[in-house]
Write a protein that binds this ligand. Structure first.
Ligand SMILES: [Cu+2]
Length: 91
């Protein structure tokens, strides 16, 4: 892959379905865009433990875009269903 292509930001999708984040663990490059898409019939959130990001309520059929700017490992949960967990790693 040439440098120009590699440098262009990518978009990654995390599907929220059946009370799960899929994929639960996602690794992206700095500057990439992550979109959480809620396919359940009730709202969810994607809320980093570190408060680095917080989608607030994502409605059914709704989505939330986030640009990952700061490198790090960010565990996150759904505030409405704390058993739902994921990790976003920005490198
Ligand atoms: Cu939830």
């Amino acid at each position: 892959m040439d440098a120009a292509l590699r440098a262009s930001p990518q978009t990654h999708v995390v599907v929220i379905e059946q009370m799960r984040f899929n994929p639960p663990d996602l690794v992206v490059n700095r500057g990439d865009r992550v979109v959480w898409v809620n396919k359940d019939l009730f709202p969810h959130t994607a809320t980093a433990a570190s408060t680095a990001f917080d989608s607030r309520s994502i409605a059914p059929d709704g989505s939330w875009p986030y640009v990952a700017k700061r490198p790090g490992r960010y565990p996150y949960v759904c505030m409405l269903h704390p058993t739902m967990r994921g990790t976003l790693t920005v490198r």
